[in-house]
Write a protein that binds this ligand. Structure first.
Ligand code: HEC
Length: 154
């Protein structure tokens, strides 16, 4: 009798820890995003992403000093995977504010792990880039804001 309990326990254990149904990570992500019944953000203008940054509006004028600081950070920490005008390991940041809100961009920089799990646009991006997630470069909010300003100059 005891044996049955042991087997049941082991089966449960294997079930809970497995997740190993032979599916690749990318297939799992694809399935998850299919399970999303409707896209909660009908347009990118309403999507500010998930993370520490709440929706905000950029001043009309570009702050060139801030952009220069951003460029330094970008060249040190981002060019391994991003090229300004061309798709590389990640997408090209040129023109990004024509398809993403400022808060979304900063959240993607500051909180990429959660973004690719919870944000519908970041999820799609992850699929498009073959499931290789954007690595968190541990920027401060000030640095991320500076990089955003630099992106405006591209
Ligand atoms: C290890 C490679 C890698 C590094 C380093 C990296 N990224 Fe990325 N980035 C990616 C990939 C890949 C994506 C596509 C999304 C995904 O797969 O997670 C991405 C996506 C993005 C996006 C969203 C682009 C869009 O079109 O929506 C932004 C913004 C971004 N990265 C900014 C940065 C910044 C700023 C840095 C430096 C602080 C940086 N990334 C460093 C790989 C990288």
């Amino acid at each position: 009798m005891k044996g049955i309990y042991v087997i049941a326990f082991l089966a449960l254990f294997a079930f809970a820890c497995g997740g190993g149904d032979g599916k690749s990570k990318i297939d799992q992500i694809k399935e998850q995003s299919k399970m999303e019944p409707t896209d909660p953000y009908e347009s990118w203008e309403n999507n500010h992403g998930v993370g520490p940054i709440k929706a905000f509006t950029l001043p009309a004028e570009i702050d060139q000093d801030l952009a220069l600081k951003g460029q330094e950070v970008y060249e040190a920490k981002c060019t391994a995977c991003h090229k300004a005008e061309k798709r590389f390991i990640g997408p090209a940041p040129k023109g990004i504010l024509e398809r993403r809100t400022p808060a979304w961009v900063m959240n993607m920089i500051l909180n990429p792990e959660e973004m690719v799990q919870k944000d519908p646009m970041a999820k799609k991006l992850l699929i498009e880039y073959n499931g290789s997630p954007m690595a968190n470069q541990n920027l401060t909010q000030e640095e991320a804001r500076a990089v955003l300003e630099y992106f405006r100059t591209l």
